[in-house]
Design a protein around this ligand. Sequence first.
Ligand SMILES: C[S@@+](CC[C@H](N)C(=O)[O-])C[C@H]1O[C@@H](n2cnc3c(N)ncnc32)[C@H](O)[C@@H]1O
Length: 245
Amino acid sequence: MPEPVKLLNAEQVAAFDVEYIDDSLFQHFNKAVNEFIKSPENLHLLDVGGGNGSYADRFLEHYAGSQVTIVEPDEAMLGKNNVHPNKHLRHGIFQKFNNSETFDLIQFNWVLHHFVTSGYSSTHQLQRQGLLDAYDMLAPGGLIIIFENFYEGKNDSNTPGKHIFHLTASKWLKKLTRRLGANTAGVGVCFNSAYHWQQQLQDVGFEVVHTSHCYNFGNLSLWKKCLLGIKRQRVGLLVGQKQIS
Ligand SMILES: C[S@@+](CC[C@H](N)C(=O)[O-])C[C@H]1O[C@@H](n2cnc3c(N)ncnc32)[C@H](O)[C@@H]1O
């Protein structure tokens, strides 16, 4: 059993009250769903860490007749959700989410890197457990959909994510990392390479059926990039499918 998840405080979470998915990112998602779900009507999506619900609204507008359940630990973010008859809000962490139904889609939009505990390897265990739990909650043939920031070092290594985890998780360095711009200072954040996530998905039983490169990002100075071992920072989409039978 992995160690318990560490959560950001309300002030830190408030920084995420934005809409991350624009038309172009939604098209990446849409393409994958239409390719791998035979009849994309009346879907039930679980949006893990769905925050202010703007993504759920976009999904429901596009897939009318579908349902979205959002599981979100931050009450203030949940409170920002527009009311919709097909949107179901559940307050709490994914790790304690109990649901008797299965889902057609489970989505993690920039959430998995917040699954952190006190240590780096226990954090990876917690993230892996998150993927495993998603596998169990999906209907056969269901999709796990992950939008993430990928941090990649030399040869697609996880080195930058490891450095960022240790710096942001440290209580001693909290003041410094906050001053350097880390919103997650004192709690931690654990980014990985796309390669790492794909390995983890396969390891828990998913077939990785789709990967998209969305865009490169980053405004770190050269010295910070060198220090952290960053070769590439990019946003991408990974889609895994649960076995059909
Ligand atoms: C970077 S924000 C992304 C919000 C939203 N998914 C989006 O794309 O706009 C991360 C969200 O994950 C939530 N979160 C963090 N840890 C979580 C957990 N263990 N279970 C469920 N949600 C979590 C946070 O409260 C926050 O709303």
